[in-house]
Design a binder for this molecule. Structure first.
Ligand code: SF4
Ligand code: SF4
Ligand code: FES
Length: 334
């Protein structure tokens, strides 16, 4: 095996395999220094390089050639070199540039959050909250499109699409015979199913999971509930088509939706088939494993408890324990 490569990101050193991108090196370190990624998706070959949210500053190119890179670079598409030094959140230039990227992503984006199914688990919403302006400098009319049905289970709201291409890669790489893609370029670019051909195959539902915004929505879940009122539970079934490992989203006794399990970067751990996603909405269809751990920063986490035993919480998530110290102290008295 080739020697590991040393890289320093926001002052934190790490060692990674040759060929690792700056983004993935940052993910290995974890925490706030990881650049946001709206188009890169580790399970989709060729993804990345479209949205520019992952820009970083390379202050030292490598040990051999220590010159800084003249412009900010997309961390999802730039490999680390031995001795490279990178700045992300510690560079005001990067923070300012990211703010500009978010503003750009939002110029044509509708103010749909109150009625959008993605709200509460939307990376664009998080980014605008962190970097966006409260106002827009855009003076022209926003692009408008009619809603398009992609098969009988998925709906495309093109107005919310940020053209990240992830759904195109899903259709290309994990379904048979791609029948949708990006038509036209620039301000006219749009996701299209070419003459409205339905994407009808076993894995097309994964387009909904990879979409970072609410452009592709699950028609069996649309407008049924806000995600933060639902309870995510891990479950599995013996499925002949996929791994059958999913997250069920409950409201009371009712399974409102079924999704793939997402990792800490919001990516599906394993892609699931349409039968599991759309047709198995009864508890009896599943073997329940237990409640899903959701990120403390997620709005879905509101009012959900990880464990009943504070000692276990300390072991598992000391930050959570610190943040909820008073509640746990009170809980211990009962
Ligand atoms: S895609 Fe995200 S930012 Fe856009 S309307 Fe939906 S929740 Fe809001
Ligand atoms: S529909 Fe969603 S996944 Fe597809 S390109 Fe648009 S934003 Fe990306
Ligand atoms: S995540 Fe790197 S350009 Fe989109």
């Amino acid at each position: 095996m080739a020697d590991k490569i040393k890289v320093v990101i926001d002052g934190i050193p790490t060692e990674v395999e040759p060929g690792t991108t700056i983004l993935n090196a940052a993910r290995q370190i974890g925490g706030d220094i990881v650049p946001p990624a709206m188009c890169y998706y580790s399970k989709l070959e060729g993804s990345g390089g479209k949205c520019r949210t992952c820009l970083v500053k390379v202050t030292k190119g490598s040990e051999k050639d220590p010159r800084p890179m003249p412009k900010l670079v997309a961390s999802c598409r730039t490999n680390v070199m031995d001795g490279m030094e990178v700045l992300n959140i510690t560079s005001p230039e990067v923070v300012e540039a990211r703010k500009g990227v978010v503003e750009m992503l939002l110029i044509n984006h509708p103010l749909d959050c109150p009625i959008c199914d993605q709200a509460g688990e939307c990376h664009l919403q998080d980014l605008s909250y962190e970097h966006g302006l409260a106002t827009t400098r855009y003076e022209f009319d926003r692009r408008t499109f009619d809603k398009i049905d992609i098969g009988d289970k998925i709906q495309l709201h093109m107005t919310r699409c940020i053209l990240c291409y992830r759904c195109v890669y899903v259709a290309d790489q994990i379904t048979e015979g791609r029948v949708h893609g990006v038509l036209n370029r620039g301000d006219h670019a749009e996701i299209s199913t070419y003459i409205q051909k339905a994407v009808d195959n076993d894995f097309s539902g994964n387009m909904v999971d990879v979409c970072p915004v609410g452009a592709l929505t699950d028609k069996t879940f649309r407008f049924k509930n806000r995600v933060w009122f639902t309870k995510p539970v891990e479950a599995h079934r013996d499925c002949p088509t996929c791994s059958g490992k999913v997250t069920l989203w409950y409201k009371g006794e009712e399974v409102l939706r079924v999704t793939a399990r997402k990792d800490q970067w919001g990516e599906a751990e394993e892609f699931i088939c349409n039968t599991c996603r759309f047709d198995k909405k009864e508890t009896k269809d599943w073997v329940i494993e237990g409640p899903r751990n959701v990120s403390r920063h997620s709005v879905i986490n509101a009012n959900h408890y990880y464990e009943l035993n504070p000692a276990q919480v300390v072991k598992k998530n000391p930050e959570l324990m610190e943040a909820n110290k008073n509640q746990f102290e009170r809980a211990k008295k009962f």
